[in-house]
Design a protein around this ligand. Structure first.
Ligand code: XUL
Ligand code: CO
Length: 435
């Protein structure tokens, strides 16, 4: 028996670019073949349990605005109802995956034993629903930032008992993810950072975080979890300074603690913007190191400077992100998780559906534009042309020589390179042809 929450909303269909139906896909056509692969298998969409079902519509100036039948979220019966309604949304959208934090799916009981018991109970319940619907788990993660115990961090907390609580919590979430066949396990260090250096032993905290992540990898192998461990960079918010600042910082951290072959990155559009980067920059940095894992798709409000987690609605931005993902070979275990929430005034069930429909459509449109650019090859040709000087044997051998040898040659040949145009506007105009 359906809950009635989505009454009046039919399963979303692909109706093509000319459709005027606000609850239809105009571009997301799961079976359409793009570069030899089904669109659904390229994009690997996931719905985020936290934004769609756990967030109640509050902001710093006011409390909840949403009224949902599964509130208050402090009881197992309502946690099960929330799961029922989540799978009703999945059935309407037909996206292949979802993601959760432990605290999204089970009530917070205030102690570890009860949190573990309720997590195990809801894991089994969700497992049955997954069997019935075919929707899969892209990743699970632990919420180690909301409850007050985490206020000074989880693995970086000055109190070893909080480190221990974090270790136990992550173990329970990895077990649940493994049980549900999750394809990745994510760690986002929301409070793994600091508010003020005056009370922070930065080196000790980094060492604890490095050891913690090694324990996660050791446990992954111990239980035979075949998914990918992902860390998610973000420069600040909630901490003033977060250790996983951006992709480059995370890559340096992973190398320092010997994890470069074990852990990849989950990159989020809004976090890239907060770090002063474009999304495609973060994707390209991770891809260059073979560490591109998965993405959290959203956008920030560009005026506010906050992590507003809005649904994506800008095709050129999304297209460039997928361009660099396709160039890197596309997703393996990763996918496109909508780490995005409807606005505080969007209180209807229809808003929740429409937000995902629009987000999926924008991503599909971006993917098609990205694939068309790859197919056309214009950007790749321009790159080859720009770097063609490096394909000569003389240029290549320069990298194996020394400053003295190079300097002697520059003097001998009296070289004086002629500047070349970077052709930025021409390339930007080229990209716009595909939007
Ligand atoms: C917060 C954020 C998280 C992570 C998972 O900014 O992005 O939702 O994706 O903990
Ligand atoms: Co995220």
């Amino acid at each position: 028996m359906p809950s009635g929450f989505f009454d009046g909303i039919e399963q979303i269909q692909f109706e093509g670019a000319d459709s005027k139906n606000p609850l239809a896909f105009r571009h997301y056509n799961p079976d359409e073949i793009i570069m030899g692969k089904r669109m659904e298998d390229h994009l690997r969409f996931a719905v985020a349990w936290w934004h769609s079902f756990a967030w109640e519509g509050g902001d710093p100036f006011g409390g909840p605005t949403f009224e949902r039948p599964w509130y208050p979220q402090d009881d197992m019966g309502r946690a099960r109802l929330k799961a029922d309604i989540a799978f009703e949304l999945f059935d309407l959208l037909g996206q292949p995956f979802f993601c959760w934090h432990d605290a999204d799916i089970r009530p917070e009981q205030g102690n570890f034993a009860d949190n573990l018991r309720t997590l195990e109970e809801i894991t089994d319940y969700i497992g049955e629903k997954m069997q019935a619907s075919g929707t899969k788990l892209l990743w699970g993660t632990a919420n180690m930032f909301s409850h007050r115990r985490w206020m000074a961090g989880a693995s970086t907390n000055p109190d070893p008992e909080v480190f221990a609580f974090a270790a136990a919590t992550v173990k329970s979430c990895m077990d649940a993810t493994h049980k549900l066949g999750g394809e990745n396990y994510v760690l986002w260090g929301g409070r793994e950072g600091y508010e003020t250096l005056l009370n922070t032993d930065l080196k000790a905290e980094l060492d604890h975080m490095g050891r913690f992540l090694n324990m996660v990898v050791e446990y992954k192998h111990k239980i035979g979890f075949k998914g990918t461990i992902l860390v998610e960079p973000k420069p600040q918010e909630p901490s003033k300074h977060q250790y996983d600042y951006d992709a480059a910082t995370c890559i340096g951290f992973l190398r320092k603690y010997g994890l470069e072959g074990e852990v990849k990155l989950n990159l989020e559009q809004g976090h890239a913007i907060l770090a002063g980067h474009s999304f495609e920059h973060e994707i390209a940095v991770a891809a260059a190191e073979g560490m591109l894992g998965s993405i959290d798709m959203n956008r920030n409000d560009y005026q506010s400077g906050w992590d507003t987690d809005q649904f994506p609605n800008n095709t050129p931005e999304v297209a460039l992100a997928y361009y660099y993902i396709l160039k890197a070979g596309g997703f393996t275990t990763g996918g496109t998780n909508f780490d995005a929430k409807v606005r505080r005034q969007s209180i209807d069930a229809e808003d929740l559906v429409a937000a995902h429909v629009g987000g999926m459509d924008i991503c599909a449109r971006g993917l098609k534009a990205a694939a068309a650019m790859i197919d056309d090859g214009g950007l790749e040709d321009a790159l080859s042309e720009r770097y063609s000087g490096w394909s000569t044997p003389d240029a290549a051998s320069m990298l194996d020589s020394s400053l003295e040898e190079i300097s002697a040659r520059v003097l001998r040949e009296n070289t004086n390179p002629e500047p070349q145009s970077g052709r930025q506007e021409i390339l930007e105009n080229y990209v716009n042809r595909f939007m």
